[in-house]
Design a protein around this ligand. Structure first.
Ligand code: ADP
Length: 433
């Protein structure tokens, strides 16, 4: 059963129950208790016998007729004192009893009625009450009939609603699938609902929005790619020109300046390289999937790192096994995290990997300054750097984490950052298996 319908079902049932109570109380206040009414109809024959046969007896025959009725009826007719009847009835019914009306005791299938108000039936008859018991009252049956009536009304309401909400639900599910696919990076995902669909106007707007987002993202990627690409040629020319200048410079005072310009140019070249790498990642059509031995991947990535001053511990759990992944991309993500750890760790770095249910988890942590909590949600944005003075010294562009994040997302995984037990940052890659 779909969620919308289920909620609606609960709501309708609650409303019908509430309406039942409101109807019951409104009827009771306006026209008297409906249950009392039902019981009175069920006990009509016994009431009729008392009112139309026993009461119609001549003055001295009242008790005789009552006894005759007792003999032929399954109902027990006892005479009790007025006091006993008062004690057995609730306060609200006492006035009716005093008036000489038939007062029903529905729960006990009984009724009370004063013999008379004047004492003319027999001596002391005005102080006695007929207590009729074992009446053929069956309120449960009446209640069951009411319940069946309400259930039929509820079903008659819910059936068309179920059919109506089903088509909505299917449409919404299709939209949520499209949103998931779009969010996972398949920018061509569209709902393309038929015009007859109930949520067609919404689906059409979402498709339109997706068209616009796709256009903008493609334009942005193309721009990034073209600019980075176009920058390569002038950079290469400048490098060549600087080399010539360096070789031909007669004035030795110029040498340090030329060396500084060469350094800047190298940095620019690296930036362009990183930007092109990121643009390639964005336009990656699909992963170059391969069966990757995880423990081997960890060790080759560590072996390819530049030598660092800190101790690097690798803790790969037993039976880590293999994973369907792109080894180049995954290695790149891991290497970016490890290089960052090398930049910021004080003395130790730990690389650990283990399996948890249907996930593989890889953590890179260090004992460096860590990442403050309020910065953690921005840390994966391109060009985002924390403490600019600190980072200038470490020489990054703020692209490494963004590239690692994209690479992990392409694998359908997540990359998170938290506080490490070592004291610094702890980056955790979680990959589905
Ligand atoms: P960069 O190439 O500049 O290192 P990144 O995207 O890799 O850029 O990292 C972005 C910022 O996150 C860095 O400038 C740094 O401030 C912070 N950072 C990354 N890794 C760590 C770490 N292990 N410890 C502390 N800060 C880190």
């Amino acid at each position: 059963m779909n969620r919308i319908f289920f909620r609606f079902f609960v709501l309708v049932m609650l409303s019908i129950t509430a309406a039942t109570f409101v109807i019951y109380f409104a009827m009771s206040r306006l026209f008297g208790d409906p249950l009392d009414d039902i019981a009175r109809r069920q006990a009509a024959a016994q009431i009729f016998l008392i009112e139309q046969y026993v009461d119609e007896a001549p003055t001295d025959e009242w008790l005789v007729r009552l006894n005759r009725v007792r003999e032929v009826s399954d109902t027990r007719f006892d005479l009790v004192t007025l006091q006993a009847a008062r004690a057995a009835l609730p306060g609200a019914s006492l006035a009716a009893l005093e008036r000489g009306d038939v007062v029903l005791d529905v729960d006990n299938k009984a009724f009370y009625r004063r013999v008379d108000l004047t004492g003319e039936g027999y001596i002391g008859s005005d102080e006695e009450v007929i207590h009729a018991r074992d009446l053929p009252i069956d309120i449960n049956l009446a209640l069951k009939m009411e319940a069946v009536r309400y259930v039929i009304v509820a079903l008659a309401l819910l059936l068309p609603i179920a059919l109506w909400s089903r088509s909505h639900w299917q449409g919404l599910q299709r939209l949520s699938r499209v949103a998931d696919e779009f969010g996972a990076g398949r920018l061509s995902a569209r709902a393309r609902m038929p015009r007859s669909a109930s949520i067609y106007p919404l689906a059409e707007r979402i498709d339109h929005m997706a068209d616009r987002i796709e256009e903008l993202l493609v334009a942005q990627k193309n721009l990034l790619h073209s600019v980075s690409h176009e920058l390569r040629t002038p950079i290469a020319r400048l490098e060549f020109a600087l080399e010539l200048l360096d070789a031909k410079a007669d004035n030795p005072a110029l040498r340090p300046r030329i060396a500084a310009m060469e350094r800047d140019l190298r940095e620019l070249n690296e930036l362009v390289g990183e930007l092109l790498g990121m643009a390639r990642l964005d336009s990656e059509p699909a992963l170059q999937g391969d069966t990757v031995d995880l423990a081997a991947l960890l060790h080759t990535t560590v072996a390819a790192l530049p030598p660092g001053a800190q101790a690097l511990a690798v803790e790969a759990a037993e039976g880590l096994g293999t994973l369907e992944a792109d080894p180049r991309l995954l290695g790149r993500a891991l290497s970016n995290l490890l290089r960052n750890a090398q930049k910021y760790a004080a003395a130790s770095i730990r690389l650990s990997a283990w399996r948890d249910g249907r996930q593989v988890l890889i953590a890179v942590e260090d004992d460096g300054p860590g990442i403050p909590e309020h910065e953690r949600e921005h840390i994966f944005e391109p060009f985002y750097r924390l403490d600019r003075s600190r980072d200038r010294a470490t020489g990054g562009f703020g692209l490494g984490l963004s590239i690692a994040h994209k690479a992990v997302l392409l694998h359908g995984g997540t990359l998170m950052v938290e506080q490490s037990a070592l004291g610094g940052a702890r980056f955790v890659i979680a990959l589905p298996t």
